[in-house]
Design a protein around this ligand. Structure first.
Ligand code: 0X9
Ligand code: ZN
Length: 305
């Protein structure tokens, strides 16, 4: 199997980031956006395949939840796919001609490391809370979108602990800071999770519909239909709160309120057979499906803007 059909340790991913940038000096840059609670670097890659002026941008982050190993695997796959199919595949070329792409392969490096060494089912980051022996904040409850209302918990021992205050964690703060300072160029935000095969969009923090609900619904529907047609798998789609559950403090909702009106959470394979323990033999199909969805959605964003 190829490098991209395996899961990689955090050290291997850091090595891969550096290697990818070195091998593509004119198109790939490494950006240090911050560091984790345990002081590991948060590196994003910036892909610039075409230097035309006034380009918009696509942001993709992976691995906000430690145990969802298919997510970092997808970020690596997507970078590799973009670099090798630019100029050969019509859709990839069109997307990269019109957008720069930022990819953060592992948003939660401390948690990811911990799933490789100690507890495969760890979800949160690894920060210590005052007054509790329980560790970790759910980074996808730590953003400032109806923070810690119904669907999150103030209890540090909870898997959905929201943290002491919005953006209390260095990982969520780094992503929020980067997006605040790039909100004029970033038009499309994607955050990759697993599992359950869903394409979700805001809101998850309230049952209210967003102003461009119909647009987002059509984009997600087209993406799901393309996956079904090419790969036969079913993906549900819809606003988060009504499709899975109310869950405040997520990055997708916060980004939407910041003004990035195309914001999606992908929940990749599977639907529970293996769950978070998706075998490496399934990586390629899971990533191909997700690329199909990215293409459908990014092309629609380009059409609309
Ligand atoms: O609950 C989550 O954070 C995500 N599901 S997961 O099983 N990967 O943990 C769904 C996130 C949907 N978006 C928001 N809740 N904002
Ligand atoms: Zn998740």
């Amino acid at each position: 199997s190829s490098y991209y059909q395996r899961y990689h340790s955090l050290e291997e991913i850091y090595y891969w980031i550096n290697w990818t940038a070195q091998n593509n000096p004119s198109t790939v840059k490494v950006i240090l956006i911050g560091s984790s609670y345990e002081k590991r670097p948060l590196y994003a890659l910036k892909l610039t395949l075409n230097n035309r002026p006034n380009k918009t941008a696509l942001w993709i982050d992976c691995g906000i939840h430690a145990r969802e190993w298919i997510a970092p695997a997808f970020c690596l796959w997507f970078v590799q796919h973009s670099l090798s199919f630019y100029g050969r595949n019509k859709d990839i070329t069109n997307i990269l001609d019109n957008m720069d792409v930022y990819v953060l392969p592992v948003m939660n490096p401390d948690g990811y490391k911990y799933t490789w060494t100690t507890d495969r089912m760890w979800r949160k980051n690894r920060s210590i809370s005052k007054g509790s022996s329980c560790i970790g904040v759910d980074l996808n409850r730590n953003f400032d979108a109806n923070w810690c209302t119904m669907g999150a918990s103030h209890e540090p021992c909870s898997q959905i602990y929201c943290g002491a205050f919005p953006e209390s964690e260095p990982e969520s703060q780094a992503v929020a800071d980067f997006l605040r300072s790039h909100k004029d160029s970033v038009q499309l935000y994607l955050t990759i999770h697993s599992y359950s095969q869903m394409l979700l969009f805001p809101y998850s923090c309230t049952l209210d519909e967003v102003e461009n609900h119909q647009d987002l619904l059509e984009m997600a529907q087209e993406a799901a239909q393309n996956i079904k047609r090419h790969y036969g798998n079913n993906y549900k789609y819809g606003a988060g709160a009504k499709t899975i559950y109310l869950a405040p403090g997520g990055s997708d909702d916060w980004v939407y309120n910041l003004g990035i009106k195309y914001s999606f959470t992908f929940e990749l394979q599977d639907r529970g057979e293996y769950g978070f323990l998706l075998p490496p033999s399934h990586i390629s199909k899971a990533c191909k499906e997700a690329v199909t969805a990215v293409k459908a959605i990014a092309l629609k964003v380009i059409e609309k803007t």
